[in-house]
Design a protein. Structure first.
Lengths: 482, 659
């Protein structure tokens, strides 16, 4: 690899670099800034993310590979990067007020968000296991720290440590799988692995299974979903929002690339497993969500079941490649709006010493803060998949692709689950709109309110006019299908 | 330009609705009520005036165009397979007449409302609804396909419901609103089935396409006569609901619960005539189905007669007018049903003038008496309300068919058409109805304005003529009630006085009547002598009715009471006074049966369906609680579960890849 190519490759990853550089600048600036100005570091973060976003848009025009084929920069990458940056940007906006309220530290927080996001972005372009694993860890380690970021809260610290241990466990499994594949094929590049894949060699099979398990953990799907409720519940609200959309989408991105590009020889087998996994993931997530009295924990379980819906799209791509894959991509896009919105609203409503997480905490919301109540209503409707929200269109596409691919039972189970989920989402609204107890609510926070308004309007308007964003998903899926 | 005719009232709805009726102005902007009322009146009337002026300009433009129609396409509204429904407007003579009547009469009534509703708390809500009504009515009239007409059709139904129940705190008024809405549903069901059938048969819903196919012999040869009859009758079911014909007329008298200007605009002049417009629009179907025509004329005649017999004994001033509206709508349907589309439309126009006038006049009386509607407690009001009484008298004479007033020309056209088309019995009943009409209208006038005042002494001091904003519309409508008839003076009358004139209204409208049999003028073989004979009979009918009423109520005021004591008259009187107990019969046959059936089904729903649903919910809850126990919070436990999970995936994968 000569200098020219290094320069060219570096130039190609400018969107990621802009995030990393901003993160570094923040780390350097942080000690020199007086405490009361630290919250303004947010503006630098936002600027870095916006630059990254703008540079990333350029990627819809070309498909390039960088660093000797370890990264593939195409529309698929660009699409996922949009999800990551939107998620990160809006999570940071809400975080600024949230950190201020709960008296956390600003500087490191933003840098960690940026590092984690850059990890996600690189992850969606990785085509080689070593860089893939590194990006995976960049993303994960930053999120481990963020989960335990509220050092005054035992729950948050517990969450961070649990995540670290269990995440490390899953990384080990993933790495073990990678090692087996490398041992069998002698390569870490996905295309080479695909061409050397041999059904007769058990190392390939075992390696595939372990890598699958590693990704299933990050996606938060059955049977490796147990960590989700505890960690989501313990982490600071904004961090939960950020990781529930970002980490999950990144895990899906890398999952799609590895399995469709590297392990397509074994497609029948892992598709079968995914069928089972998606059914259990949807059902268990929903059933457990029903009995929760904490909205935060309910949303944690609901994020499990949403992973299940997205998996339905992957299974459907067995028969309907383009429709199935674009429906997964679209689902993750939609999920970003509605789930980040839901967590963002709870963060908005949290007080210094009391997180807004129980159902009772939002009673009387409609009387006291009608606009927030409307936004929350849009997010809940969207999560439940009720038209005209984006959640409806996303679910519709996923189930439609399952039906087109003739996975009728999968579609039926998915729809029944969706019906079930309406119960606990709408219960939130019952408390918000119909209970009159006057709870204490925080003072208005203009920036957060702005972010929540964008998310709710996005969830609504993209639900009414879904076709433009849907075409983007089709394009992204098209660039990726081999 | 056409689109602005429709959009103007919508702007009124948005401004008045969003800014004022929503409370935005009062609560958020802290605006005062006086300014609010001024702006609302200005916007509410202004948009209608704009619409009216635009309609007039479009009318002038239409006269200059050769093809006699203006079509404006906005966009494709519903693209779905072979079905393509455009959002487009049609301005041809028929819709031109309708939109001129709708906009100008609406404008007058809007102005009238400023005075009438001045004291009302929900002033801006009232104008929002009223503007909304005009918007939907214009959509109905100007739409160039059946779905658009249907949207307008349902929209005016909604506006009507909202305005009948405008004072919804009064349970009875809210009930009247619901009744109107539900009865109309029955008609709308027929209407929409008719639309489906049209699409099924003709493969389109656009007027030009459907009617040109219906007129081409090659196309029609393949379609059985019965299908066209079914279409015509299904559409007529819709008309029966909206235009209050037997058996669905029962909602209209109750609809008088709304404010009086609403009764004048919606339940007399415009909305209820939508059915007549629809049949005139679909004349192609009716002219090809003699069966449908016969049924339309039969029902119309029966309705006209029945409503007239009820009107002669009612004591509520608005109720008399309501039954009179039902009866007059019957006349219009006789016209369009017998193929005399122009005559029917002509009566629609003149009726819009004089019935709006009569309603507004009654509103002026009610306003002056502080809400009193019972004519037994009125009398002698001419002295107190000079303008109202004179204009009311003009309206009365117009509806009675006194020569030189507008009703005379239009009613005569219809009677002539009936006679000519061979509906002899219907013609005779219509003639008798004309006697009854003149009778009950004069009775109403005499009991209200003539004789000795029967109002309380206290009220006498407070009674006052209405403000100018109410009187000016009355005067203008009175002029129109006289002059409106002159646009349609038939040819033979011109000839008799030695002028080579023609029926202007007919000439203008003729290009909209596409059907081949266009018998609208009196082409009787017997020459103009028969014409004049028929005219003479209907004039006679009017005067007999008037003379009877004057004799009974002005000359010998005690006669009616003595008459009702005689056995046969007494039975008839009670029947008429009780509205022939149609409401009670409906209640017994339909409402009670339906409620009982519903109760039975509710039981099934409660026990069986809810039982099943609750059972499932309980089972799911139990399962969820079991799952919950797996969530211990212990790190080691989770790690163990994960290890099991990983192993499971590994084993499954190896097994499925091997075997």
């Amino acid at each position: 690899m000569d200098l020219n190519e290094v320069l060219k490759s570096t130039f190609l990853i400018t969107p990621e670099l802009s995030l990393i550089l901003t993160g570094m600048i923040l780390m350097v600036l942080d000690p020199f800034i007086r405490n009361r100005f630290k919250k303004e570091l947010f503006w630098i973060t936002a600027l870095g993310l916006l630059i990254g976003f703008a540079l990333n848009l350029n990627r819809f025009r070309y498909t390039e590979s960088a660093f000797a084929g370890t990264l593939s920069l195409d529309e698929f990458t660009a699409y996922f990067n949009i999800i990551f940056i939107i998620g990160a940007l809006l999570a940071t906006v809400i975080s600024r007020d949230y950190i201020e309220k709960t008296a956390l530290k600003h500087g490191e927080y933003y840098a960690l968000i940026l590092f984690s996001t850059s990890g996600m972005m690189l992850l969606s372009s990785a085509r080689e296991f070593i860089s893939l694993f590194l990006c995976f860890e960049i993303m994960s380690v930053s999120v481990y720290i963020l989960s335990g970021f509220n050092r005054r809260s035992p729950r948050s610290v517990e969450s961070g440590i649990k995540y670290l241990v269990l995440g490390g466990f899953s990384s080990a499994i993933l790495l073990y799988g990678i090692a087996l594949i490398y041992g069998a094929s002698g390569s870490v590049f996905l295309d080479e692995i695909a061409s050397r894949f041999n059904m007769e060699n058990p190392l390939y099979i075992a390696g595939t299974a372990l890598i699958l398990a590693g990704f299933v953990f990050k996606i938060g799907a059955f049977p490796l979903h147990q960590w989700i409720p505890d960690i989501y519940e313990g982490a600071p609200m904004t961090v939960t929002g950020f990781m529930s959309v970002g980490v999950k989408a990144a895990a899906f991105a890398v999952f799609l690339r590895v399995f469709f590009e590297g392990f397509s020889t074994l497609e029948v087998q892992w598709m079968q497993i995914l069928w089972v996994i998606s059914v259990f993931t949807m059902t268990i997530g929903n059933l457990a969500a029903i009995v929760q009295r904490s909205i935060k924990r309910m949303l944690a379980y609901s994020s499990i079941s949403h992973a299940g819906y997205a998996l339905v799209g992957i299974v459907a791509s067995y028969g309907e490649k383009e429709l199935g894959l674009s429906s997964v991509l679209y689902y993750l896009f939609a999920y970003t709006f509605m789930n980040l919105g839901a967590f963002g609203t709870l963060a908005y409503l949290s007080l210094k010493d009391r997180e807004c997480e129980m159902l009772e905490d939002i009673s009387g919301l409609w009387q006291r803060k009608p606009l927030v109540a409307i936004a929350l209503g849009i997010f809940m409707f969207s999560l439940a998949g009720i038209p005209p929200t984006i959640g409806f269109f996303a679910k519709y596409r996923v189930f439609l692709s399952a039906i087109r691919a003739e996975f009728y039972w999968l579609a039926i189970i998915g729809i029944l689950n969706s019906v079930l989920s309406a119960y606990y989402y709408l219960r939130v609204l019952v408390y918000a709109y119909m209970r009159e107890e006057q709870m204490e609510f925080p003072a208005p926070q203009p920036l957060s309110a702005f972010a929540i308004a964008i998310l709710s309007l996005g969830a609504l308007i993209l639900g009414i006019f879904p076709l433009y964003s849907w075409e983007l998903a089709i394009k992204a899926a098209g660039s990726f299908i081999p | 330009m056409l689109v602005w005719i429709v959009v103007a009232p919508l702007i009124g709805v948005l401004v008045n609705g969003v800014v004022f009726a929503s409370g935005l102005w009062k609560k958020l902007l802290n605006g005062d009520e006086h300014t609010e009322k001024r702006i609302v009146s200005f916007v509410g009337c202004g948009v209608i005036l704009a619409s009216a002026v635009l309609s007039t300009l479009a009318f002038l433009k239409l006269r200059l165009t050769d093809e006699r129609q203006i079509i404006q396409e906005l966009f494709v509204w519903i693209p779905s397979g072979e079905l393509k429904i455009g959002f487009e407007f049609l301005f041809d003579p028929l819709s031109c007449v309708m939109s001129l009547v709708v906009t100008w009469v609406s404008f007058l009534i809007h102005v009238y409302s400023i005075g009438y509703m001045h004291e009302d708390r929900s002033y801006s809500r009232y104008f929002t609804y009223l503007n909304m009504f005009v918007f939907f009515m214009l959509l109905l009239v100007l739409g160039n396909n059946f779905p658009l007409m249907f949207v307008g059709w349902e929209g005016v139904g909604l506006a009507s419901y909202l305005l009948i129940g405008f004072w919804y705190e009064d349970a009875e008024k809210a009930y009247a609103g619901r009744k109107a809405f539900i009865v109309n549903r029955i008609g709308d069901f027929g209407f929409i089935l008719g639309i489906f059938l049209i699409f099924f048969v003709f493969g389109s819903l656009n007027y030009q396409e459907v009617f040109s196919r219906a007129l081409s012999p090659e196309f029609m040869d393949a379609i059985p006569q019965a299908v066209i009859t079914t279409i015509a009758l299904l559409l007529f079911v819709g008309a029966v609901g909206k235009s209050a014909q037997f058996p669905l007329y029962v909602w209209l008298p109750d609809a008088m619960a709304g404010p009086t200007p609403v009764s004048a605009l919606i339940h007399a002049a415009t909305m209820v005539t939508a059915g007549v417009y629809m049949i005139a629009r679909c004349n192609v179907f009716y002219s090809q189905s003699p069966t449908a025509q016969m049924i339309v004329v039969g029902i119309a005649t029966f309705t006209a007669f029945l409503a007239a017999t009820i009107a002669i004994t009612q004591n509520d001033i608005k109720r008399v007018l309501a039954y009179s509206t039902v009866s007059q709508l019957g006349y219009m349907f006789m016209g369009v049903g017998s193929g005399a589309y122009v005559a029917g439309m002509f009566h629609l126009v003149t009726h819009a003038f004089f019935k709006a006038l009569l309603f507004l006049g009654s509103g002026s009386v009610i306003h002056a008496l502080g809400g009193e509607q019972d004519i037994r407690k009125m009398g002698g009001l001419r002295r107190f309300l000079p303008v109202t009484s004179i204009t009311f008298l003009i309206g009365t004479l117009a509806i009675s068919g006194v020569p030189l007033f507008s009703g005379f020309f239009s009613k005569d056209e219809i009677l002539g058409a009936l006679y000519e088309k061979g509906y002899g019995i219907c013609w005779f009943i219509a003639l008798v109805t004309a006697v009854l009409t003149a009778f009950y209208m004069l009775r109403l006038y005499i009991l209200t304005f003539e004789g000795k005042p029967r109002i309380t002494e206290d009220l006498k001091h407070h009674i006052h003529e209405s403000p100018p904003s109410m009187l000016i519309p009355l005067v203008i409508l009175a002029v129109l009630s006289v002059a409106g008839g002159y646009i349609g003076i038939p040819e033979f009358m011109w000839k008799s006085i030695g002028i080579e004139g023609e029926n202007l209204f007919e000439r203008f409208l003729s290009s909209s009547i596409l059907s081949t049999e266009q018998i609208t003028h009196h082409a009787l073989p017997h020459g103009s002598l028969t014409h004049w004979g028929l005219v003479g009979l209907s004039v006679l009918a009017a005067f007999v009715g008037i003379a009877l009423a004057v004799y009974m109520y002005a000359i010998t005021p005690l006669l009616p009471e003595r008459l009702t004591e005689k056995p046969i008259v007494s039975i008839l009187y009670r029947g008429s006074y009780g509205k022939w107990f149609v409401d009670e019969i409906y209640d017994l046959v339909f409402v009670k049966t339906f409620v009982n059936l519903s109760k039975l089904l509710a039981l099934f729903d409660l026990k069986v369906i809810d039982g099943a649903v609750n059972g499932i919910a309980g089972a799911i809850r139990a399962l969820a609680s079991v799952l919950r126990t797996a969530q211990t919070g212990l790190l080691r436990f989770y790690a163990a579960l994960m290890a099991i999970g990983v192993t499971a995936i590994l084993v499954y994968m190896i097994l499925s890849a091997r075997f």
